[in-house]
Design a protein around this ligand. Sequence first.
Ligand code: SIN
Length: 288
Amino acid sequence: MIIAAEQLSPIFGAKISGFDLADDLTDETFEAIRQIWSKAGGLLVFHGQKLDIEAHIAFSRRFGPLFGEPGEASLQETVSRYIHPEHPEIYRVSNIVENGQPKGRKGAGTYWHSDVSFRETPAQASILYAHEVPEVGGDTLFADMSGAYEALSEAFKALLTPLYAWHDFEVAARRQYARPAVIEADMDGANRARHPVVRTNPQSERKSLFVNPGFTSHLYGFNADESATLLGQLYGHAARPEFSHRHRWRPGDVVIWDNRSVMHYAVCDYGEAPRYLERTTVISDRPL
Ligand code: SIN
């Protein structure tokens, strides 16, 4: 089967049209999709999908094991109230409140981050499916961390290559979550991990920057000022428009991003306009 893909921007991202993800995909078709995703730098968009939860999970499962599935790690305890009660693989993102209960995490990911980078085995693909989105606003920005790495000088790449950074859920918890909402057990070290600053995506074999303002606490071995200066420089570089794509959601969109080489930022600019999306999160190998 030949699957046609369109480029989303000169540097990364692709869109596949006229394709139904709810169909039973052969291994060959799935592999073709995965190749397109990988060649597009780990960002792939499908419009007009009608997926039930089982189909969303079944498609996601083809990328690898999922956070929350039986026998696998869950996301951090603090977001457990936003996990679908019958489908622990589904994380719900929403500003809707039903019968006094939030339907999902409001303002999730309103900062540049790579999902779950604070775990020893962080996220690989995230697969976000839009049920209800504002007419205007609530876009998600994506940054191509391979493109950002490749644009650096050889001297700067050589400086970064041997470095490690600590990632800690507490960084986001301190800034983004009201204190009573944070489960203290999330701060006991289980959501803290040290990763290389430059990692290689085993699928594309491309190197990418693997630090993000949402969860990276500091560079290993540097003092606080040095770490903040160098990380600040990398964040400013990676968030440049040349390396980014802004996704304007429509209901029925499925967006798949590769957290090994992409960071993202959910823009929270839509007030009370209802927004409801469901996400599955694939577990990656240990970053190398
Ligand atoms: C997230 O997964 O970080 C949320 C993204 C979004 O709501 O657009």
